[in-house]
Ligand binder design. Structure first.
Ligand code: IVH
Length: 675
């Protein structure tokens, strides 16, 4: 190997590492991305020529490096088990007693270690000769995914450990500090991007990034709590010693791990202490892990198929706090649903500050009988949406009036009605600004029509100024007027105009999703797009046909059916049509839609088509091809050896019967010609 090449590679690695520190750790890049890419390219080329000279921790293998290993399966040398759960203190006593019974009488479980059960993601990090060579997620316990590239960006985790045994696997939890989580969501809010529901999801999302530069920006953290495979390591006799050993190697070990005597009073004391301090930590934990301290006894106790017998997780009950219910307000959804929610005196519960909580609907409020002015209990069950448990009656001020569901929409003043049989109230005004805003926001979001430069504030302004009443109006915006608005320069108007224009060619499924048809989510929108292939076919489809689609369900079917029978919605569709928004689905091949609204049944064997191909050919031209003849059938196509019942039914109903030649003509012209 040329000496020059070796020197150049070393030089490049050093330069890149330096820039990486500036970029990832200091957030202050000293060169442009293009320059960085070119250095990386040069190093990668050289390493490809001289693969033997590539160390495992070369920047090409790590940050922003080759993607070849990313998420590749990793078989764990020692399985990563899960833990059995206990919800009551008494279950902990049963657990220790059961474990004790498994052992000989002289083998006494005298010490236990209590640790926090961190709410993050378990990973296993492998060091060979002190170098971090691999990090993998837990996966199913036997096989995880390679996330080395992202784990290398976690500042807590050393890339090299001096004095480490030849093979050392460290196990622990990757997590996101609450403060970092809040920063991340503040940025998301500023950029109009989707927020994470909790730190755990954000941490998981970060580890699942392909580009390590994204993970690096998230400032993930790590707690080490177990060893995996270790070759030629020190002799350790207890779990507590293991934690100290991990700490001595420079790994982050949580300072709260406590060794206690094996008795229920001690355990209870320790758990109570953790509970009390729960909200003072900058990270979330949802329980306490109790482990038998002696490694010798751990070995003797062994594991079940799923979990070790020497450890158990005591799950903490969801955290509750008391605060004042300032008011009950109504939020109006895209389809007009009116949802009451609680405005609260801000309170820190379950790791976040909560100032609003859903109250679902009128019945729930009646049942709980919460009233503005009440002290209420707020519960946040480890994650997601905080809940109002109920009022603290002893604190209720005298004469506090019952809350009544408002009669009119807070946004437009129209009537709020509660359709019979439904739990929800609705705002009946289609043009209600809140609804319009919601629908336009939904329409322009990334997973729908993906209209850049159309943020919440812009939409708000356009609605308030009366520029848009529905999503169809986006395609006939008065840009001259917009240019006269404050903050709208020529460039920003041009950007918006282009973005709206670009959205016209989004896939049909995105458009269906964007229409805010109640109950139609992303997946069902795609299903409808590929099933019907064209807006006109979808619009004309019957409820029966919709109900026949596998995976759609009756509620969605009738919602879609109703949507296309509502005059206001049809107006929107026509506006979109005029603007030449893409109405064609993925199965479309540019064929003329000569069969829109026609239902053609095929029976018997055709010479040039299989049954499926014939049905497909009909659908591609906008028609439908159900499996049986009915009063709605426009024609029956007859091949060789047909099913007798279809013919007699067709004859009975006077449905025209076509041979293959007539079918061919039908596909070309849409005309039904019997011979
Ligand atoms: S020990 C074989 N200790 O809990 C023992 N796990 O339900 C394996 N976890 O996948 C785990 N904090 O993600 C252990 N201090 C702690 C933990 C902890 C959180 C998680 C870990 C594991 C899950 C098992």
């Amino acid at each position: 190997m040329s000496e020059d090449a070796t020197l150049r590679m070393e030089e490049l690695r050093e330069i890149i590492r330096k820039h990486n520190v500036a970029y990832y750790e200091k957030d202050a890049p000293t060169i442009s991305d293009a320059e960085w890419d070119s250095l990386m390219r040069e190093l990668r080329d050289l390493e490809r020529q001289f693969p033997d000279a590539k160390p495992a921790d070369s920047p090409t293998e790590t940050i922003g490096g080759a993607t070849s290993k990313i998420f590749a399966p990793v078989t764990h040398s020692v399985p990563m088990m899960s833990l059995d759960n206990a919800f009551e203190i008494s279950e902990l006593e049963q657990w220790t007693q059961k474990a004790q019974r498994k052992l000989d009488s002289e083998e006494v479980i005298s010490e236990l270690v209590c640790e926090l059960k961190f709410d993050g993601l378990a990973i296993s990090i492998r060091y060979e000769d002190g170098h971090l060579v691999q990090a993998a997620t837990r996966g199913d316990g036997s096989v995880g995914e390679d996330v080395t590239h992202n784990v290398l960006t976690i500042a807590d985790i050393p890339h090299q450990i001096t004095g480490a045994p030849p093979i050392l696997e460290v196990r622990g939890e990757v997590y996101l500090r609450i403060s970092e989580f809040e920063k991340l969501n503040a940025i998301a809010e500023k950029n109009d991007a989707k927020k994470y529901v909790n730190p755990r999801n954000a941490a998981a999302g970060s580890l699942r990034q392909k580009d390590a530069r994204v993970a690096a920006k998230r400032n993930l953290s790590f707690w080490a709590y177990q060893l995996g495979q270790v070759v030629d390591g020190p002799t350790l006799t207890s779990h507590f010693q293991t934690l100290e050993y991990l700490r001595s190697l420079g790994l982050p070990v949580n300072e709260n791990a406590t060794c206690v005597k094996n008795n229920i009073v001690e355990l209870q004391k320790c758990i109570d202490d953790f509970k009390e301090r729960q909200s003072s930590f900058d990270y979330e934990f949802d329980g306490i892990v109790i482990k038998v301290d002696s490694l010798d006894l751990q070995k003797k106790l062994g594991s079940t198929a799923k979990a070790p017998r020497w450890a158990i997780a005591y799950k903490l009950p969801p955290e509750e706090q008391i605060t004042t219910l300032v008011d009950i307000e109504i939020s109006i959804g895209t389809a007009g649903s009116a949802t009451p929610f609680a405005k609260l005196e801000p309170v820190f519960v379950g790791g976040v500050t909560v100032s609003t909580a859903t109250l679902h609907n009128q019945d729930q409020i009646r049942e709980k009988d919460v009233r503005p002015g009440d002290k209420v209990i707020i519960r946040r069950a480890g994650e997601v949406i905080p809940e109002v448990v109920g009022p603290v009656l002893k604190h209720r001020p005298e004469g506090l009036p019952k809350w009544e569901f408002p009669k009119s929409c807070p946004s437009c003043g129209s009537d709020l009605t509660r359709p019979s049989g439904e739990a929800r109230h609705r705002c009946t005004n289609y043009a209600c600004p809140r609804q319009v805003r919601g629908r336009v926001e939904h329409f322009s979001q990334r997973t729908a029509m993906d209209i850049e430069h159309l943020g919440e504030q812009t939409i708000d302004l356009f609605v308030t100024e009366g520029l848009i009443e529905d999503v169809g109006d986006l395609y006939s915006l008065n840009f001259e007027r917009i240019e006269s608005f404050e903050g709208f320069g020529e460039t920003s108007v041009e950007n918006l105009r282009n973005a709206i224009h670009l959205s016209k060619s989004r896939p049909f499924g995105n458009l269906i999703f964007g229409l805010s048809i109640p109950h139609v989510g992303r997946t069902n929108a795609d299903l409808l797009a590929s099933e019907f292939g064209h807006m006109d076919t979808l619009m004309l489809t019957t409820l029966d046909d919709l109900e026949e689609i596998e995976g759609l369900g009756p509620v969605i079917a009738s919602s879609v059916h109703e949507y296309f029978r509502t005059p206001k919605n049809l107006e929107v569709i026509e506006k979109l049509r005029t603007a030449s928004v893409n109405f064609q689905g993925p199965i479309d091949e540019g064929l003329e839609k000569v069969l829109v609204g026609k239902s053609i049944v095929v029976t018997g064997t055709l010479e040039n088509y299989t049954r499926d191909e014939a049905a497909e050919a009909i659908k591609k031209r906008g028609g439908k091809s159900p499996g049986s003849v009915s009063g709605k059938t426009d024609a029956l196509v007859l091949g060789e050896n047909p099913g007798g019942s279809k013919i007699s039914k067709a004859e009975q109903l006077g449905v025209p019967i076509l041979d293959e030649l007539a079918f061919k003509e039908l596909l070309e012209t849409g005309e039904i010609k019997t011979s």
